[in-house]
Design a binder for this molecule. Structure first.
Ligand SMILES: [Zn+2]
Length: 255
């Protein structure tokens, strides 16, 4: 199955639900999916079926089932214009990169609409930890490195069950909510502030460099621009060195 995951989906942890139920800004006309199917059928000259979904994780996917192309599309595409319809059709062919860009652009334009329609059931964010104050780290970084242009909320992630970990995801950025969460294992006096800063800086960069679709049609989360910006952080090498030497501390951390 070909999929085109889009910025909504960035780095959502596996434990989080990947399907967001969204409200329509207005009811979709009856037969919207049939209309889309007819349109795509005429563009592609082959039978197409369309299912409209509320799945904000994968906005566009398709597969061939018994000689038919079966699309699953986010309902935002019910109102797509001709250029976007052509991109959807073209996405099943060879030049996925260019078509992916058009689709990506359309989703970006409609993202705000969806965000506003999303019911506000937000888990409260607590930036103040026992040791580190994330609001303070964030504000300082935003002023020093981003001209205060990053617009996000930040908080500590929830504590998981205790025990040993094999790996740890230090932070995550949720594009749709503009929320940064930092792993609670970092709220520890043995973890220096400069390391927390680098983790927060990384997550802030995700807003500046949203995921894009690469030449192979894959979603690229940490592109070359992202990596270059990350390495330009003054504390980058120091923080990496600390991580290498002390990762065991974070992995042993209990719930
Ligand atoms: Zn990242």
């Amino acid at each position: 199955m070909r999929q085109l995951p889009l910025p909504f989906s960035s780095e959502t942890p596996k434990s989080e639900p990947r399907v967001a139920t969204l409200l329509h800004e207005e009811p979709l006309p009856d037969g919207a999916s049939l209309g889309l199917a007819a349109h795509l059928t005429s563009l592609l000259r082959e039978p197409v079926e369309v299912e409209l979904t509320d799945n904000a994780w994968t906005m566009v996917s398709y597969r061939r089932v018994q000689g038919r192309l079966r699309f699953r599309l986010h309902h935002m595409f019910a109102r797509a214009h001709e250029s976007v319809m052509r991109a959807l059709a073209g996405f099943t062919g060879r030049n996925r990169r260019a078509h992916g860009r058009v689709i990506d652009e359309y989703v970006r334009e409609h993202r705000e609409l969806i965000r506003q329609a999303t019911p506000r059931i937000e888990a409260p964010l607590s930036p103040r930890g026992r040791v580190h104050d994330l609001a303070d780290v964030y504000a300082e970084l935003n002023a020093r490195h981003f001209h205060n242009q990053v617009r996000a909320r930040i908080g500590w992630g929830r504590r998981a069950q205790g025990g040993r970990r094999r790996s740890i995801k230090m932070g995550v950025y949720f594009h749709d909510q503009k929320v940064i969460r930092i792993h609670p294992a970092l709220d520890d006096e043995r973890v220096p502030r400069h390391f927390v800063e680098m983790v927060v800086f990384h997550e802030m960069l995700h807003q500046i460099f949203p995921p894009r679709i690469d030449d192979e049609g894959r979603r690229c989360v940490h592109g070359s621009e992202f990596r270059a910006a990350e390495r330009s952080f003054p504390g980058y090498h120091r923080a990496r060195a600390w991580e290498k030497a002390h990762l065991h501390l974070l992995l042993k951390h209990r719930g």
